[in-house]
Design a protein around this ligand. Structure first.
Ligand code: PMP
Length: 300
């Protein structure tokens, strides 16, 4: 796979209210966000020109910043409009959208009260996190790192710093030939993958861990609503790693991953089955609807 470096591409990036040429969107090296991980971000997808659940992503971005103690200097309407504007300015209808807010360079110490908060939004084509492997099912290895206690890290924030152990875990299992890492939490309960939530089919019902120390993903909640519509029971509960062998199907859910079947976790093998297929198809249909139709489709 040839990687086109992210700093050397054509296009426009929205930065603090202006669209600027992609290659000019550079930061000074003495930026607080870089040294102390004082940054929060979102990952969104546009399908056929509509950003799926845009307001939910924007609200989470603002809340992620507040959890880290800063206020993004744009309101939700302005951020929504900027996301749509950057998509249009790049002539894209189907894309991944990445807003990022960070502390600037006015102060470079643990205390950062004087820093200004910045916001940028970029978008690029990103067909699926797992590419062509996805429909066969992806292979998960067990992560060497655990999701922390909510008093150890701001686990409800989509904070850049929380991805450090995700990258370390993913690298570790990639060297063993897996596609992604399954992370347990600090208690040893099944938590999530490095960038997506996890679901298990057991006895015809959907089982998923309680998101009390990791993101309650927007895709996760969407999949639960879709399952409800199909009268598939959904059970949020503590899931121990030993129970995973009882699952007949497993899948991941996340904005970048969408609904992706899992065919292996460590030594265990699974087949992508009927429930995964139904929810994957329902999700693909839903994300391509316009926002009003999405609201109607998910209404109880
Ligand atoms: N967990 C992690 C660690 C993630 O990075 C993501 C992707 N944002 C998710 C779960 C799924 O969240 P969402 O469905 O809102 O994209």
């Amino acid at each position: 796979m040839t990687l086109v470096p992210f700093d050397d591409r054509d296009g426009l990036i929205w930065w603090d209210g202006e669209l600027i040429p992609w290659r000019d969107a550079k930061l000074h090296v003495l930026t607080h966000g870089l040294h102390y991980a004082s940054a929060v971000f979102e990952g969104e997808r546009a399908y056929a020109g509509h950003i799926f659940k845009l307001r939910e992503h924007t609200d989470r971005l603002i809340e992620s910043g507040r959890i880290l103690g800063f206020e993004i200097p744009f309101d939700a309407d302005a951020i929504d409009a900027a996301c749509t504007r950057v998509l249009e300015a790049n002539g894209m209808t189907d894309a991944y959208i990445r807003p990022l807010a960070w502390r600037g360079s006015e102060q470079l110490s643990v205390s950062a009260q004087a820093t200004r908060i910045h916001l940028m939004i970029a978008c690029w084509a990103w067909p699926n996190l797992f590419g062509s492997d996805r429909m066969k099912g992806v292979r998960l290895g067990m992560a060497p790192w655990k999701r922390p206690h909510p008093e150890t890290a701001p686990t409800r924030s989509k904070a850049a710093g929380l991805y450090m152990t995700g990258t370390m875990s993913k690298h570790e299992v990639e060297t063993q030939g897996f596609n992604d890492a399954l992370m347990l939490d600090w208690r040893g309960y099944v938590a999530e993958a490095t960038g997506a939530n996890i679901f298990f089919v057991m006895d015809g019902a959907l089982h998923t861990p309680i998101p009390d120390c990791f993101l309650d993903g927007i895709t996760r909640r969407t999949v639960m609503a879709l399952a409800h519509k199909r009268q598939i029971p959904v059970i949020e509960r503590v899931i121990m790693p030993e129970e995973m062998s009882k699952a007949t199907e497993v899948f991941l859910a996340g904005t970048a991953a969408e609904v992706t079947p899992v065919r292996q976790i460590g030594e265990l093998s699974f087949e992508p089955g009927a429930i995964t297929h139904t929810l994957l198809t329902d999700y693909e249909a839903l994300v391509r609807m316009n926002p009003d139709a999405v609201r109607l489709a998910l209404a109880a």
